[in-house]
Design a protein around this ligand. Sequence first.
Ligand code: SAM
Length: 298
Amino acid sequence: MSKPTLGNPQNTIEILQKYNFSFQKKFGQNFLIDTHVLDKIIRAANITKEDMVLEIGPGIGTMTQYLAEAAGKVIAVEIDKNLIPILSDTLSEYDNVTIINEDVLKLDIQNLANEENEGKPIKVVANLPYYITTPIIMGLFENHVPVESITVMVQKEVADRMQTGPGSKDYGALSLAVQYYAEPYIVANVPPNCFMPRPKVGSAVIRLTCHEKPPVEVKDERLMFDIIRASFNQRRKTLANGLKNSDRITCSKEAITEAIEQLGRGASVRGEALTLEEFAVLSNELWNSMQSERSESI
Ligand code: SAM
């Protein structure tokens, strides 16, 4: 194995010129050109030779070189076919890297983890294409892909939304979904000059350490997330009105009022004040009401 050759502006420019590569804005291409940031990501991800790492969007292979040094096996999924010959070049020294030319959102990652890592949890590490951050992360969680941790570069505002709790303007459905599945930790803020080309927004590295078991028990996960979405869709409405207006919550208005009263928060509480634990209690109450209303109507 050799030392990484990429991660600085000169070598990146050299490779881009060698292959006459043009950046594609639609693919969210902002390549890392800072070795300190790369070292920090690798350290935060706690990778060992026992690990299989999935990298989403390897670009020209900068972070892939670092991952290949640290991990047992790296699978990197890149949508842009123009990057494939470049990756064959920059990763030619590494025999533990597989490149898949595919849209990650169309890939069966569950199957990949089962086949390539015998179903053992994998680690996901990436400088994500920002335009699909939420579908990528929620896809991993909701499809119950065996994942130990997700260490990713995302837009700074999105990292803040993932980590925050009630009372903050950033708190919302994404915060609750992420915190149901994982423990978030912001590793570093990263300024635009660490990328080529520079993004218009600030970035942050966040590590999501996946829970073995969610921190709250819910009878129906989908119902809880429907309730969460309904509460935040109409942020300026009270929780009661948000839920009564949702066609996903089928129980009577009285049952909704009663379930909210059980929280002891007063009738005018807004969804943004509730913790994950309270959403779980509310969802279990509404689930019970929906079950009994359904059996009454039969
Ligand atoms: N990892 C590289 C680095 O840090 O320099 C590149 C990161 S760049 C922010 C995002 C990468 O994701 C690009 O290489 C882009 O082509 C790729 N990408 C964008 N959409 C994708 C998708 N749907 N599936 C797989 N890769 C994608």
